[in-house]
Design a protein around this ligand. Structure first.
Ligand SMILES: Nc1nc2c(ncn2[C@@H]2O[C@H](COP(=O)(O)OP(=O)(O)OP(=O)(O)O)[C@@H](O)[C@H]2O)c(=O)[nH]1
Ligand SMILES: [Mg+2]
Length: 617
C-alpha cells in the first residue's frame, strides 16, 4: 500500500488497569483482534507484553490501541507500551473496583504526560447495579484524588453493552496532545526483535519521532549501522514510517543477536549517556525521597537502576518536584523533554520526571541552564548552550539535539538573536568570534613585523592563533578571506603584508651587492632577515653550512659544471675546485648545491648530469 492510499493512524490509545479487569476482552470486542498473541499469555490467561490492534472510530478516524498487561510483575511492559500514547483507556472491573494497578497505571500515565482518556467500568454484566454504582464511586474518588477528569462509561466486554458509548467517548479525544517533537531525528525504541524465515532480522516498535524509509541507514548507540530493507506501518507495507506509527522494519547489516528489545535505532548517531539532569516529581502517595537513593528508572522500552541526587535539597516531599542529577547504571539515549518513570527497588512506582540535560557535565547541575532547557524557549536556551561550549560553536542540528527542539525553532531563534553570529554552519556567541578575529589579526601583524620576509602563518598556526576548535577556526578563516586576510596553499597572511619596511629593503640591497661581489666564494654568514628576503625573492641561493651566494654566482657555477660534464662525461671534486680556482670547501658546497638543484647526481666519487640536463644542450 502506497503512502497516498495509506489510512493513517490519527490517535494512539493505551489501555491501563489492574490485572484481569477486562482490557484485552474489551479491545477484542471493539477491534476483532486478540492482542494476547503469546502462547504463554493464553495458557496463563493474562497479558504479558503490549499488544496492538487497530480501531475504526465512528467519525472515520483510525486509532491504534496499545493493550498493556495489568499484572504488577509486568509494570515495566506497561510503561513500555504506554510511552508515547496520546490517550488512555483505563479499564476498571465493576466486580473488583479500584485495585492497586488501577491507581498505579493512572499515576504512570500522568508521569508520562498522558493526561486525557476514558474510563471503562467493565464487566457490568457480571454484577448487580448496586455493585456497579459502588465501583463507579471508587473510580470518581480515584480520578478526583489524581486531579484527572475523564468520562466514565459502563460497559461489558462479554455482551457489548455500552461499547457504542465507549467508542463515541474515545472518538472525542484529541490526537497528538502529548509532546511529540517533530525532530529531524528519527527514534525507534525497539520492543521486539526476531528472525523471520526468508526475510531476516525484523524489529518492531512505535516510532517516537522523525520518519524512516526503505534504504535508510540507521544507527545504534553501540555503533551498528543496520540498513532498512522494508517498512510496515500497522502491518501494511509502506513507503515511510511516520512518528506515532506502530512500525516493523526488516534490516540488513546486523545479526539478530545484535539487536534486542530495549535498544534504540536512530537516523543519525546520538551518544548514549549515564548522567542526566532532570526534573524529578514525586507522587502524592509516595514516601519522601532522600538524596542519593537508588531507584529503578524506566524509559520507553528500557529500564535500569539509577542513583537520584537532589540538586538543592536533602529530601523531596511527596507531591513536589525538584532538579536532580541521575546516574544510570547503563548508558541510555535520551533527549530533552523525554519522560521517565521511577520505581523503588521493591517495585513501587514513586514518581518520575522529565529529562532536561541528557549529557550532564560538571560536578553539579547548573540551575539556570536547566531552567532554560525546561522553559522550551529557544531564544533563552540557545545563547546559554553556545556559552557552555566556548570556542567550538554549534550547528543547527547540534543545537536541536541538545535543546530537544525542532531545527526550525532553533533556526528562528538563531536568526532573531543579535548575540549569535553564524560562520559557515556554526552558530557562536558573537563576542567570541570578534575576539578570535582580533587574536588572529594580531598574530598576523606580529608575524609580518617580525618576519617581513615571510609574513604568513601556516594554516595550523593561524588556527591556533584564533583559539577556536579546528572546524570553527577553518570556518572563521574562510569567512575572513574576502576582506581581512589572504589564504593560500602556504598559509594565512595579511593583504599587503609583503610590503617590506624601507630599512630592511636597504639592508637587503647592500647584502645583495656584497654577495655579488663575493662571487662563487662568499663568506659564511648567519641567515639574517635580509638574507631570507633575498632567498624568498630568488636573488640569493643557500649552499648549506651557512654559505649563501648570489643568483648570478649560482648560475655561473651550474653552467661551468654542465660544460665540464658535457665535455668529459663527469665531474669530480678536484675538477670543479681547479676550474673555480677555489678551495675544496667551496667546490664541495657547490657540488652539493648542484645535486640538490637536480643538475647532477653522484655516482661513486664523481657526479654526472641528470637525465634532464643531459638532454638539453
Ligand atoms: N463477565 C464478563 N467477563 C469478562 C468481561 N471482560 C473480561 N472478562 C473476563 O475476565 C477475565 C480477564 O479478562 P482479560 O480481558 O484477559 O483481562 P485483562 O485486563 O486483559 O488482563 P491482563 O491483561 O492480564 O491485565 C477473562 O476471563 C474474561 O473472559 C466482561 O465484560 N464480562
Ligand atoms: Mg490483557
Amino acid at each position: 500500500m502506497g503512502e497516498a492510499g495509506e489510512h493513517r493512524i490519527s490517535l494512539t490509545i493505551g489501555t491501563a488497569g489492574h490485572v484481569d479487569h477486562g482490557k484485552t476482552t474489551l479491545v477484542r470486542y471493539m477491534t476483532g483482534t486478540d492482542t494476547d498473541r503469546l502462547e504463554e499469555e493464553h495458557r496463563r490467561g493474562i497479558s504479558i507484553v503490549p499488544g496492538y490492534a487497530e480501531l475504526d472510530l465512528p467519525s472515520g478516524r483510525r486509532a491504534s490501541l496499545v493493550d498493556v498487561p495489568g499484572h504488577e510483575r509486568f509494570v515495566k511492559n506497561m510503561v513500555s507500551g504506554a510511552t508515547g500514547v496520546d490517550a488512555f483507556l483505563l479499564v476498571v472491573a465493576a466486580d473488583d473496583g479500584v485495585m492497586p494497578q488501577t491507581s498505579e497505571h493512572l499515576d504512570i500515565l500522568r508521569i508520562l504526560g498522558v493526561e486525557q482518556g476514558v474510563v471503562a467500568l467493565s464487566k457490568i454484566d457480571a454484577v448487580d447495579e448496586e455493585t456497579v454504582e459502588l465501583a463507579a464511586l471508587e473510580v470518581e474518588d480515584l480520578l478526583e484524588s489524581r486531579n484527572v477528569s475523564a468520562p466514565v462509561v459502563h460497559v461489558s466486554g462479554a455482551t457489548g453493552e455500552g461499547v457504542e458509548d465507549l467508542l463515541l467517548a474515545l472518538d472525542a479525544l484529541d490526537a497528538d496532545t502529548t509532546e511529540r517533537r517533530g525532530d529531524d531525528l528519527a527514534r525507534l525504541p525497539v520492543d521486539r526483535s526476531f528472525v523471520l524465515k526468508g526475510i531476516g532480522v525484523v524489529v518492531t516498535g512505535t516510532l517516537w519521532s522523525g520518519e524512516i524509509r526503505p534504504g535508510d541507514v540507521l544507527h545504534t548507540p553501540t555503533g551498528l549501522r543496520p540498513r532498512v530493507r522494508g517498512v510496515q506501518n500497522h502491518g501494511h507495507p509502506a513507503e515511510v514510517a511516520y512518528a506515532g506509527a506502530r512500525t516493523a522494519f526488516d534490516l540488513t547489516g546486523v545479526e539478530a543477536s545484535e539487536i534486542e528489545a530495549g535498544d534504540v535505532l536512530l537516523s543519525y548517531p546520538v551518544p548514549a549517556g549515564r548522567d542526566l539532569d532532570a526534573r524529578v516529581r514525586l507522587l502524592e502517595s509516595a514516601r519522601p525521597l532522600a538524596h542519593g537513593v537508588r531507584m529503578r528508572l524506566h524509559h520507553g522500552t528500557r529500564s535500569t537502576n539509577a542513583r537520584v541526587r537532589l540538586t538543592d535539597r536533602d529530601e523531596l516531599e511527596p507531591g513536589t518536584s525538584a532538579l536532580a542529577r541521575l546516574r544510570l547504571d547503563e548508558p541510555f539515549v535520551t533527549l530533552r523533554g523525554d519522560r521517565f518513570v521511577l520505581r523503588s527497588m521493591d517495585g513501587v512506582t514513586i514518581g518520575g520526571g522529565t529529562v532536561l540535560d541528557p549529557s550532564a557535565t560538571g560536578r553539579r547541575p547548573d540551575p539556570s541552564w536547566l531552567e532554560a532547557l525546561e522553559s522550551g524557549d529557544a531564544t533563552r536556551a540557545v545563547p546559554l548552550a553556545l556559552a557552555r561550549r566556548p570556542a567550538q560553536g554549534m550547528t543547527t542540528e547540534e543545537l536541536s539535539l541538545v535543546l530537544g527542539l525542532s531545527s526550525e525553532v532553533v533556526s528562528r531563534a538563531v536568526e532573531s538573536d543579535t548575540g549569535v553570529e553564524t560562520i559557515g554552519e556554526f552558530h557562536t556567541a558573537s563576542g567570541e568570534v570578534a575576539a578570535a578575529r582580533e587574536r588572529l589579526l594580531t598574530a598576523l601583524e606580529c608575524r609580518a613585523t617580525e618576519h617581513p620576509e615571510s609574513p604568513e602563518l601556516t594554516v595550523a598556526e593561524a588556527r591556533t592563533a584564533t583559539g577556536l576548535s579546528t572546524p570553527l577556526a577553518d570556518a572563521l578563516l574562510a569567512g575572513m578571506t574576502s576582506e581581512a586576510i589572504t589564504l593560500t596553499d602556504t598559509g594565512a597572511g595579511l593583504p599587503h603584508a609583503d610590503r617590506v619596511p624601507p630599512e630592511l629593503e636597504r639592508e637587503a640591497e647592500q647584502l645583495l651587492e656584497d654577495l655579488q661581489a663575493a662571487g662563487t666564494q662568499p663568506p659564511a654568514t648567519e641567515p639574517t632577515q635580509a638574507m631570507r628576503l633575498l632567498l624568498k625573492r630568488g636573488d640569493a641561493v643557500e649552499l648549506g653550512n651557512a654559505l649563501f651566494a648570489s643568483r648570478e654566482a649560482a648560475e655561473s657555477v651550474l653552467g661551468r659544471i654542465k660544460a665540464i660534464c658535457r665535455g668529459s662525461g663527469e665531474i669530480s671534486l678536484a675538477g670543479l675546485r681547479d676550474s673555480l680556482g677555489a678551495s675544496r670547501k667551496y667546490a664541495q658546497a657547490w657540488l652539493e648545491y648542484s645535486d640538490a638543484a637536480g643538475v647532477t647526481s653522484r655516482t661513486g666519487d664523481v657526479r654526472v648530469l641528470t637525465r634532464r640536463h643531459r638532454q638539453t644542450m
